[in-house]
Design a protein around this ligand. Structure first.
Ligand SMILES: NC(=O)c1ccc[n+]([C@@H]2O[C@H](COP(=O)([O-])OP(=O)(O)OC[C@H]3O[C@@H](n4cnc5c(N)ncnc54)[C@H](OP(=O)(O)O)[C@@H]3O)[C@@H](O)[C@H]2O)c1
Length: 306
């Protein structure tokens, strides 16, 4: 079995080494133009040239959960695309989102400002019941985030494409229930995949349905959010703030208004990082399952876009 590794802006060498160690029977190498034909590929945002030059591939393993960049390529019909599912990402996402929600709810930014000014100053405790969190996308990451938020006794709402039942989570599904979901959620956490249906979904029409003082946590993709609409809603006072981990252009360009906005916290796409050891273990397990002809989790439906 030949396995090729093709990454955009990421050194393939440690991945080649780890995969080779875990799959001694295979021949693992980093792709370069003109390389020999491989049976399987491990990829992150590969160029179209890679796909065109590798017609013998049976499956592409993406080293992330989101496959939006991959599905923009012309892929041969029948080529299986497999995403990472969890592989150490969901606990990171849960801690990032809980941190952002708690920091906002407990007003830790204001306490920081007070401390910097040498002020010992109490703030009135807020009512948790007024801070329902709406998790948009109840997949591998969204469900874990919803469960983590419940530990802190926030009311939790969830939104997905198909109806879901999760203990203690008020679940909404489909376009018809989007308005009701937004109106019931003071803090909105976006964990949907980027697809033609979800692109630009965080815009004035949706964000203005959050209650006054609403807060946005975007940890999915930058192209979900219409930047100007968020800034306008913050400046008009409808929204109280936002924590943003993902951006339309990454790195976020110098001079972008998000950097300096007093109500926006920016992090550099770091909420849930791909962990090499966990990812290699998961992919190797799936490769063995495929060899035995068994079904695997995380196969992407190209029609659905995730
Ligand atoms: N910032 C980071 O570091 C980072 C790291 C990893 C992933 N991500 C992002 O997080 C996203 C989610 O990951 P995941 O593993 O949780 O994905 P997933 O398991 O595929 O779950 C996606 C969820 O979104 C829902 N959804 C999809 N399209 C929808 C629509 N049009 N309307 C309503 N709901 C819709 C799905 O509904 P159904 O359940 O009905 O299918 C599902 O619940 C990834 O696609 C990626 O973009 C970001």
């Amino acid at each position: 079995m030949n396995i090729t590794v093709c990454f955009d802006k990421l050194d393939p060498a440690p991945w080649v080494k780890a995969l080779q160690l875990a799959l001694p029977e295979a021949r693992v190498s980093a792709w370069s133009p003109g390389a020999t034909q491989a049976d399987l590929a491990i990829v992150w945002a590969p160029p179209q040239q890679f796909i065109d030059e590798q017609p013998a591939l049976q499956a592409l393993f993406n080293i992330g959960a989101g496959v939006d960049a991959l599905l923009k390529l012309r892929l041969p019909a029948g080529l299986q695309v497999v995403r990472l599912d969890d592989a150490g990402m969901s606990v990171q996402m849960a801690e990032y989102v809980c941190h952002a929600v708690i920091r906002h709810f407990r007003e830790f930014d204001a306490y920081d400002d007070n401390a910097k000014a040498g002020q010992w100053s109490y703030r009135k405790p807020r009512n948790r019941a007024d801070f329902a969190v709406g998790v948009m996308g109840l997949g591998v990451l969204g469900e874990r985030v919803a469960k983590a938020l419940q530990v802190f006794e926030f009311p939790v709402n969830g939104y997905s494409r198909s109806p879901k039942q999760i203990d203690g989570v008020r679940c909404f599904a489909g376009q018809a229930q989007l308005g009701e979901f937004l109106q019931a959620s003071r803090i909105l956490v976006n964990l949907m995949p980027l697809t033609p249906e979800t692109e630009d979904i965080l815009c004035r029409a949706t964000l203005s349905q959050l209650p006054r003082g609403g807060y946005l946590v975007n940890v999915a993709r930058g192209r979900h959010l219409v930047d100007e609409d968020l800034i306008a809603l913050l400046d008009e006072g409808h929204l109280g703030g936002a924590t943003l981990d993902v951006f339309r252009t990454e790195p976020l360009p110098a001079g972008h208004p998000f950097w300096q906005h007093p109500k926006i916290t920016v992090t550099p796409h770091t909420s849930a990082r791909t962990l090499r050891e966990e990812s290699v273990a998961q992919m190797v397990g799936k490769i063995h399952a495929l060899q035995r002809g068994e079904p695997i989790r995380g196969v992407v439906d190209p029609q659905r876009g995730y």
